[in-house]
Every structure is written in C-alpha cells, then in structure tokens.
Design a protein around this ligand. Structure first.
Ligand code: PRP
Length: 185
C-alpha cells in the first residue's frame, strides 16, 4: 500500500511497521511451535480484528494445527468498548479435550477474552491459552492473564493490521495511532 494513501494520512504516528510486525509474529510462531511439540492445537480466530494477525501467525507455526473462527462483538462504532459482549458466530465443532489457543488482536478491558476463556473452559477444552498481538494492560477492568502477546501498548487508539475504527483501516499493513480528529468529528 502506498504511503500517500488517505488511510495513512489519518494516522498521527506509526506504532509498529510491517517489518516489526513480521518479526514479532515469526518469533511468536516459533515459541508456540516449541511449546506445543507433539500436539495438534486448535487455533481459534476471533473475528474480525484478529483476522490479519491470525492468518500470518498460523503460517509461522510448524505443527499439525487446525483452525476455527468465532465472532464476538461489543456494540457500536465507538473508540471504547461498551463492556457488553455478544457472540455473533460460534465454533463449528466441539472442543472437548482439545488444546485450544484463542487468538485476538487486542486486549483492552479484558471482557472479550475473559468471556471466551470461561465459555470454552466450560465446554471441556483440554488446555486453553490466550494469544494477542497487542495488550493494553492499563485499560483492564477484569483480571486476565494473557499467555502470549507480541506488544504491550499505551492507551492510544490504534488501527491497522486488522484493527478498525468504524470498520475502516483494517487493511493498513502496519499498526498506527489514529488521529483523534477522525473520531471526534
Ligand atoms: C475488539 C478486539 C477485541 C476486543 C478487545 O473487538 O478485536 O476482540 O475488542 O476489547 P476488550 O478487551 O475490551 O473486550 P470489537 O468488538 O471491536 O470487534 P472487531 O474485532 O470485529 O473489530
């Protein structure tokens, strides 16, 4: 994507470049490959934000893994999570006894992953770990331990590499800070 794109012009700064994201995802893929030797984990992508990270990450994991998709959403076009979690799409298969890795793009309040952890544990996952590209620990409202994260970020509104504002910017190849002018208009 050309840096003259109007999408880039709405950013105040670039937080992680394409190369930094590629390196971090490759390193995480190696860690997961080592940690799950001899296993065939079930990787669960949380739509839509994690889609870009997920498809890059699974190609960096050298294991006979399987993939599933879930969609969880909070309401509205807002820069802050509403705190209300709603399941939009469930898994297609049972997960009894499976080694499950839930993959999301960002942990903010922790509501989404804590809801998913509870739900999939209750369904009898053999093991369950949480994976995120970005972690914003300063925003946590529920206690949650993330097992694998690429970057801890400050409390800024970030877009790109799957993350949106009002469904836009997901296709930016990097992670950037969105100009507040865009969402205070
Ligand atoms: C975003 C993000 C996480 C969640 C994190 O999803 O993808 O799933 O919010 O916030 P939390 O820790 O406060 O729960 P969103 O509801 O915006 O949907 P999207 O993935 O389709 O963009």
């Amino acid at each position: 994507m050309n840096q003259d794109s109007p999408l880039f012009k709405d950013l105040t700064s670039i937080l992680y470049t394409e190369a930094e994201l590629r390196d971090a995802v490759a390193a995480l893929g190696k860690r997961i490959t080592l940690d799950y030797q001899g296993k065939a984990p079930l990787m669960v992508c949380i739509l839509k934000g994690a889609s870009v990270f997920f498809t890059d990450l699974i190609r960096q994991i050298d294991l006979p893994l399987e993939i599933e998709f879930m969609a969880i959403s909070s309401y509205g076009a807002s820069t802050v999570s509403s705190g209300e979690v709603r399941m939009v799409k469930d898994l297609d298969r049972p997960i009894l006894g499976r080694d499950v890795l839930i993959v999301d793009d960002i942990v903010d309040s922790g509501m989404t992953l804590s809801f998913l952890k509870r739900t999939l544990t209750n369904r009898g996952a053999g093991s369950l770990r949480l994976v995120t590209l970005l972690d914003k620990p300063s925003r946590r409202t529920v206690p949650l331990t993330v097992d694998y994260s690429c970057f801890q970020i400050p409390d800024a509104f970030v877009v790109g590499y799957g993350l949106d504002y009002d469904e836009k910017y997901r296709n930016l190849p990097l992670v950037g800070v969105l100009d507040p002018k865009v969402y205070t208009k």
